[in-house]
Design a protein around this ligand. Structure first.
Ligand code: ATP
Ligand code: MG
Length: 256
């Protein structure tokens, strides 16, 4: 089942840069879709279209169709100007390259969003804290220090806390834009392991920080070059047998 269907998506910034030039892509639910390609190709722009974060940047023109499917198989038109973007961002969470923890305790980082959304039950808040930390592969490391400042965590732990913070709100989709680019290999492995768990229940869309990470994590992969989708394939197929010469060159390190 598809979670998103994109048809002929064009996105242009106010400086005239056409970041996406007619991208059509299907993104299945409950699996990891990897979007990879050289710098400036439009990967972040594409991710930001899926939770309307582009509304906050200098985007002047968007056209095409972006549909998100709901559990009852109805579709939400993500380009609808009247869409409730706050509600959308609860359903489609984003984790960025650099961890941004709130200046609060570890626990408060996780309960903040839920409390804002009106949750008052201490039991349910604690359940969300434990569940989200387990899902982000961080529980064992922090369970005895939940009331310490989040800033006292290592970079890799802070990034998993950011992932847990998204998961605490129980979204349907997690977008990750190079989430491990600043992390050491051990923290990277933990984040990747967490994504493998999470994908059972959530749709995960990852912009990886390397081709190796793309190949390790992808259930589906899409190669994006200069605003265009060059090819898309299931599993490791794209890395083992790229069909397009440009994909092959990129995977083999001939450019980018
Ligand atoms: N806020 C913005 N205003 C103007 N142009 C932008 C903006 N954000 C991105 N662009 C341009 O749009 C194009 C696509 O950028 P985008 O950040 O989506 O690429 P990317 O594939 O994520 O690159 P990277 O791998 O470097 O993160 C680039 O030419 C970029 O300069
Ligand atoms: Mg980017």
């Amino acid at each position: 089942m598809n979670k998103f269907v994109l048809e002929n998506l064009h996105v242009k910034y106010s400086d005239g840069v056409e970041a996406l030039k007619g991208v059509s892509l299907e993104i299945p639910a409950k699996s990891i879709t990897v979007l990879f390609g050289p710098a400036g190709g439009g990967k972040s722009t594409l991710l930001r279209t899926l939770n309307r974060l582009n509304d906050l940047s200098d985007v002047t023109e968007v056209s095409g169709r972006v549909a998100m499917f709901n559990s009852d198989s109805s579709a939400t038109d993500l380009l609808n100007p009247r869409l409730d973007v706050i509600a959308l961002r609860r359903r489609v969470a984003m984790v960025f390259a650099r961890p941004i923890v709130l200046p609060m305790t570890i626990r408060e980082n996780l309960t903040y969003g839920l409390t804002l959304a009106g949750e008052r039950s201490t039991i349910r808040l604690h359940e969300a804290v434990e569940r989200s930390l387990q899902q982000a592969a961080l529980w064992d490391e922090v369970k005895d220090r939940l009331d310490e400042p989040a800033i006292s965590l290592s970079g890799g732990q802070q990034q998993r806390l950011c992932l847990a913070r998204s998961l605490a709100l129980d979204p349907e989709v997690i977008l990750l834009d190079e989430p491990t680019s600043g992390l050491d290999p051990i923290s990277t492995t933990k984040v990747e392991a967490s994504l493998q768990e999470i994908k059972m229940n959530y749709t995960v869309i990852l912009v990886p920080h390397s081709i190796q990470q793309a190949a390790r994590t992808a259930d589906q992969a899409a190669f994006i070059l200069q605003g265009q989708l060059i090819e898309q394939a299931d599993g490791k197929e794209l890395f083992l047998n790229p069909r397009d010469k440009r994909t092959q060159d990129y995977i083999e390190g001939r450019f980018g």
